[in-house]
Design a protein around this ligand. Structure first.
Ligand code: GUN
Length: 254
Protein backbone atom coordinates (compact mmCIF):
# COMPACT_ATOMS: atom_id res chain seq x y z
CA UNK A 1 0.00 0.00 0.00
CA UNK A 2 1.35 3.42 -0.95
CA UNK A 3 1.27 5.89 1.92
CA UNK A 4 -0.40 9.29 1.99
CA UNK A 5 2.82 10.99 3.11
CA UNK A 6 3.55 14.50 1.84
CA UNK A 7 0.22 14.65 0.03
CA UNK A 8 -2.61 16.56 1.66
CA UNK A 9 -6.16 15.37 0.93
CA UNK A 10 -7.78 17.80 -1.49
CA UNK A 11 -11.36 19.06 -1.92
CA UNK A 12 -12.74 20.82 -5.00
CA UNK A 13 -15.89 22.89 -4.45
CA UNK A 14 -18.11 24.31 -7.18
CA UNK A 15 -20.17 27.30 -6.09
CA UNK A 16 -22.60 28.80 -8.57
CA UNK A 17 -24.25 32.20 -8.01
CA UNK A 18 -24.60 34.54 -5.08
CA UNK A 19 -26.92 32.78 -2.58
CA UNK A 20 -25.91 33.98 0.87
CA UNK A 21 -26.63 30.66 2.60
CA UNK A 22 -24.60 28.69 0.02
CA UNK A 23 -21.67 31.12 0.26
CA UNK A 24 -21.75 30.86 4.04
CA UNK A 25 -21.87 27.00 3.97
CA UNK A 26 -18.91 26.94 1.56
CA UNK A 27 -16.93 29.35 3.77
CA UNK A 28 -17.54 27.08 6.79
CA UNK A 29 -16.47 23.97 4.84
CA UNK A 30 -13.32 25.67 3.51
CA UNK A 31 -12.34 26.83 7.01
CA UNK A 32 -12.94 23.33 8.44
CA UNK A 33 -10.66 21.89 5.73
CA UNK A 34 -7.94 24.44 6.51
CA UNK A 35 -8.16 23.62 10.23
CA UNK A 36 -7.28 19.96 9.64
CA UNK A 37 -4.82 20.34 6.76
CA UNK A 38 -7.09 19.47 3.84
CA UNK A 39 -6.35 21.55 0.74
CA UNK A 40 -9.45 23.11 -0.77
CA UNK A 41 -10.13 24.86 -4.05
CA UNK A 42 -13.38 26.78 -4.55
CA UNK A 43 -14.37 27.38 -8.17
CA UNK A 44 -16.94 30.18 -8.31
CA UNK A 45 -19.20 30.56 -11.33
CA UNK A 46 -21.70 33.35 -12.05
CA UNK A 47 -25.44 32.79 -11.57
CA UNK A 48 -25.99 32.91 -15.36
CA UNK A 49 -23.27 30.41 -16.30
CA UNK A 50 -24.16 27.59 -18.69
CA UNK A 51 -24.52 23.92 -17.84
CA UNK A 52 -21.59 23.26 -20.18
CA UNK A 53 -19.37 25.55 -18.12
CA UNK A 54 -20.26 23.75 -14.88
CA UNK A 55 -19.71 20.36 -16.54
CA UNK A 56 -16.28 21.52 -17.76
CA UNK A 57 -15.27 22.41 -14.20
CA UNK A 58 -16.56 19.05 -12.91
CA UNK A 59 -14.56 17.25 -15.59
CA UNK A 60 -11.40 19.23 -14.80
CA UNK A 61 -11.73 18.40 -11.07
CA UNK A 62 -12.45 14.74 -11.91
CA UNK A 63 -9.07 14.62 -13.66
CA UNK A 64 -7.01 16.49 -11.05
CA UNK A 65 -4.79 14.04 -9.17
CA UNK A 66 -4.62 16.04 -5.94
CA UNK A 67 -8.36 16.70 -5.77
CA UNK A 68 -9.72 13.63 -4.00
CA UNK A 69 -13.22 14.90 -3.28
CA UNK A 70 -15.66 17.06 -5.25
CA UNK A 71 -18.62 18.96 -3.85
CA UNK A 72 -21.18 20.88 -5.94
CA UNK A 73 -22.89 23.26 -3.51
CA UNK A 74 -26.69 22.95 -3.80
CA UNK A 75 -29.15 24.26 -4.72
CA UNK A 76 -28.06 25.20 -8.23
CA UNK A 77 -29.84 27.93 -10.21
CA UNK A 78 -33.01 26.54 -11.87
CA UNK A 79 -31.65 26.68 -15.44
CA UNK A 80 -28.97 24.09 -14.56
CA UNK A 81 -29.75 20.38 -14.40
CA UNK A 82 -28.73 19.19 -10.93
CA UNK A 83 -29.18 15.64 -12.17
CA UNK A 84 -26.75 16.01 -15.11
CA UNK A 85 -24.18 17.83 -13.00
CA UNK A 86 -24.22 15.42 -10.04
CA UNK A 87 -24.13 12.44 -12.43
CA UNK A 88 -20.93 13.87 -13.94
CA UNK A 89 -19.00 13.80 -10.64
CA UNK A 90 -16.59 10.85 -10.50
CA UNK A 91 -18.31 8.44 -8.10
CA UNK A 92 -14.97 7.86 -6.34
CA UNK A 93 -14.70 11.59 -5.57
CA UNK A 94 -18.37 12.05 -4.60
CA UNK A 95 -17.72 13.09 -0.98
CA UNK A 96 -21.28 14.45 -0.63
CA UNK A 97 -22.61 10.97 -1.47
CA UNK A 98 -25.21 12.45 -3.86
CA UNK A 99 -24.25 10.50 -7.01
CA UNK A 100 -27.11 8.13 -7.92
CA UNK A 101 -24.76 5.13 -7.71
CA UNK A 102 -23.92 6.02 -4.11
CA UNK A 103 -27.56 6.74 -3.22
CA UNK A 104 -28.61 3.49 -4.98
CA UNK A 105 -26.09 1.47 -2.99
CA UNK A 106 -27.24 3.19 0.20
CA UNK A 107 -30.80 2.09 -0.59
CA UNK A 108 -30.01 -1.54 -1.46
CA UNK A 109 -29.63 -4.34 1.06
CA UNK A 110 -26.20 -5.99 1.05
CA UNK A 111 -24.52 -3.08 -0.75
CA UNK A 112 -22.43 -0.27 0.63
CA UNK A 113 -22.04 3.18 -0.94
CA UNK A 114 -18.53 4.61 -1.33
CA UNK A 115 -19.74 7.71 0.52
CA UNK A 116 -22.72 8.41 2.79
CA UNK A 117 -24.27 11.92 2.66
CA UNK A 118 -22.75 14.01 5.44
CA UNK A 119 -25.90 15.28 7.22
CA UNK A 120 -27.35 11.74 7.36
CA UNK A 121 -24.13 10.28 8.68
CA UNK A 122 -23.91 13.18 11.16
CA UNK A 123 -27.35 12.35 12.49
CA UNK A 124 -26.53 8.67 13.07
CA UNK A 125 -23.16 9.62 14.59
CA UNK A 126 -24.86 11.89 17.16
CA UNK A 127 -27.38 9.17 18.07
CA UNK A 128 -24.57 6.59 18.48
CA UNK A 129 -22.37 8.90 20.54
CA UNK A 130 -25.27 9.56 22.95
CA UNK A 131 -26.04 5.84 23.25
CA UNK A 132 -29.42 6.02 21.51
CA UNK A 133 -30.31 2.54 20.25
CA UNK A 134 -32.10 2.71 16.88
CA UNK A 135 -32.46 -0.96 15.95
CA UNK A 136 -36.19 -1.73 15.93
CA UNK A 137 -37.09 1.81 17.05
CA UNK A 138 -39.78 3.92 15.40
CA UNK A 139 -37.95 6.81 13.74
CA UNK A 140 -39.86 9.54 11.93
CA UNK A 141 -37.98 11.66 9.38
CA UNK A 142 -39.57 14.98 8.42
CA UNK A 143 -38.72 15.87 4.82
CA UNK A 144 -37.62 13.81 1.83
CA UNK A 145 -35.06 16.05 0.13
CA UNK A 146 -32.19 14.51 -1.82
CA UNK A 147 -29.74 16.25 0.52
CA UNK A 148 -31.08 15.16 3.93
CA UNK A 149 -34.50 13.52 4.32
CA UNK A 150 -34.18 10.81 1.67
CA UNK A 151 -30.63 9.61 2.47
CA UNK A 152 -31.31 9.84 6.22
CA UNK A 153 -34.38 7.61 5.90
CA UNK A 154 -32.33 5.10 3.86
CA UNK A 155 -29.41 5.14 6.30
CA UNK A 156 -31.71 4.67 9.30
CA UNK A 157 -33.18 1.59 7.60
CA UNK A 158 -29.64 0.26 7.06
CA UNK A 159 -29.31 0.65 10.84
CA UNK A 160 -32.50 -1.43 11.30
CA UNK A 161 -34.87 1.35 12.41
CA UNK A 162 -38.55 1.27 11.43
CA UNK A 163 -38.76 4.47 9.43
CA UNK A 164 -41.72 6.70 8.51
CA UNK A 165 -41.29 9.78 6.35
CA UNK A 166 -43.49 12.85 6.78
CA UNK A 167 -43.61 15.34 3.90
CA UNK A 168 -45.67 18.17 2.38
CA UNK A 169 -48.53 15.89 1.34
CA UNK A 170 -48.70 13.87 4.56
CA UNK A 171 -52.12 14.04 6.22
CA UNK A 172 -52.10 14.59 9.98
CA UNK A 173 -48.27 14.72 10.34
CA UNK A 174 -48.46 15.29 14.10
CA UNK A 175 -50.36 11.98 14.47
CA UNK A 176 -47.33 10.24 12.92
CA UNK A 177 -44.61 12.19 14.73
CA UNK A 178 -46.32 11.51 18.08
CA UNK A 179 -45.54 7.79 17.55
CA UNK A 180 -41.81 8.45 17.11
CA UNK A 181 -39.14 7.18 19.52
CA UNK A 182 -36.70 9.33 17.54
CA UNK A 183 -37.62 12.34 15.41
CA UNK A 184 -35.31 13.75 12.72
CA UNK A 185 -36.20 17.00 10.99
CA UNK A 186 -34.31 19.20 8.55
CA UNK A 187 -36.79 21.01 6.34
CA UNK A 188 -35.84 24.57 7.24
CA UNK A 189 -39.24 25.74 8.55
CA UNK A 190 -38.50 27.39 11.90
CA UNK A 191 -40.51 26.05 14.86
CA UNK A 192 -42.76 23.87 12.66
CA UNK A 193 -42.65 20.99 15.13
CA UNK A 194 -44.56 21.98 18.28
CA UNK A 195 -44.68 20.28 21.66
CA UNK A 196 -47.92 18.42 20.88
CA UNK A 197 -46.20 16.75 17.87
CA UNK A 198 -43.94 14.81 20.27
CA UNK A 199 -44.25 11.69 22.39
CA UNK A 200 -42.92 12.18 25.93
CA UNK A 201 -39.31 10.96 26.10
CA UNK A 202 -38.67 11.27 22.35
CA UNK A 203 -35.12 11.81 21.10
CA UNK A 204 -35.09 14.77 18.77
CA UNK A 205 -32.29 15.20 16.28
CA UNK A 206 -32.58 18.35 14.27
CA UNK A 207 -30.70 19.24 11.16
CA UNK A 208 -28.17 21.80 10.10
CA UNK A 209 -30.33 24.82 9.27
CA UNK A 210 -29.68 28.12 11.01
CA UNK A 211 -32.98 28.07 12.95
CA UNK A 212 -34.38 24.78 14.15
CA UNK A 213 -37.50 23.14 12.73
CA UNK A 214 -38.47 22.17 16.25
CA UNK A 215 -39.81 24.65 18.80
CA UNK A 216 -37.05 24.17 21.36
CA UNK A 217 -38.89 25.69 24.35
CA UNK A 218 -41.84 23.31 23.90
CA UNK A 219 -39.81 20.26 22.87
CA UNK A 220 -37.44 20.47 25.83
CA UNK A 221 -40.42 19.81 28.14
CA UNK A 222 -41.13 16.49 26.40
CA UNK A 223 -37.92 15.16 24.85
CA UNK A 224 -35.36 13.05 26.69
CA UNK A 225 -32.58 14.27 24.37
CA UNK A 226 -32.57 17.13 21.88
CA UNK A 227 -29.89 18.61 19.62
CA UNK A 228 -29.66 22.40 19.69
CA UNK A 229 -29.64 24.75 16.69
CA UNK A 230 -27.15 26.29 16.06
CA UNK A 231 -24.74 23.57 17.11
CA UNK A 232 -26.04 20.02 17.29
CA UNK A 233 -25.89 18.08 14.04
CA UNK A 234 -24.51 20.94 11.89
CA UNK A 235 -20.87 20.81 13.04
CA UNK A 236 -20.96 16.99 13.04
CA UNK A 237 -22.11 17.13 9.40
CA UNK A 238 -18.99 19.15 8.57
CA UNK A 239 -16.83 16.57 10.39
CA UNK A 240 -18.41 13.82 8.29
CA UNK A 241 -17.45 15.74 5.15
CA UNK A 242 -13.84 15.89 6.36
CA UNK A 243 -14.00 12.15 7.08
CA UNK A 244 -15.28 11.43 3.56
CA UNK A 245 -12.51 13.55 1.99
CA UNK A 246 -9.79 11.76 3.95
CA UNK A 247 -11.33 8.36 3.04
CA UNK A 248 -11.37 9.38 -0.64
CA UNK A 249 -7.69 10.40 -0.46
CA UNK A 250 -6.66 7.21 1.34
CA UNK A 251 -8.40 5.02 -1.25
CA UNK A 252 -6.53 6.79 -4.06
CA UNK A 253 -3.20 5.60 -2.67
CA UNK A 254 -4.22 2.09 -1.61
N1 GUN B 1 -26.68 22.46 0.39
C1 GUN B 1 -27.16 22.31 1.66
N2 GUN B 1 -26.53 21.27 2.26
C2 GUN B 1 -25.64 20.78 1.37
C3 GUN B 1 -24.70 19.71 1.42
O1 GUN B 1 -24.56 18.99 2.42
N3 GUN B 1 -23.95 19.53 0.31
C4 GUN B 1 -24.11 20.30 -0.80
N4 GUN B 1 -23.34 20.03 -1.86
N5 GUN B 1 -24.98 21.28 -0.89
C5 GUN B 1 -25.74 21.52 0.20
Amino acid sequence: MKKLIGKAPGLGVILVGERKDSRSFVRIKKKACEDVGITSVVVELPEDCTEGEVLEVVSALNHKELIHGILVQLPLPCHLSEQKILNAVNVEKDVDGFHPVNIGNLAMIGREPLFIPCASRGCIEVLHRYGVEITGKKVVVIGRSNITGLPTSLLLQKHHATVSVVHTFTKNPEGITREADVLVSDVGIPNMVRGHWLKPGVVDSKGSHVTGDVCYEEAILKASLITPVPGGVGPVTISMLLYNIVEAAKRTYQ
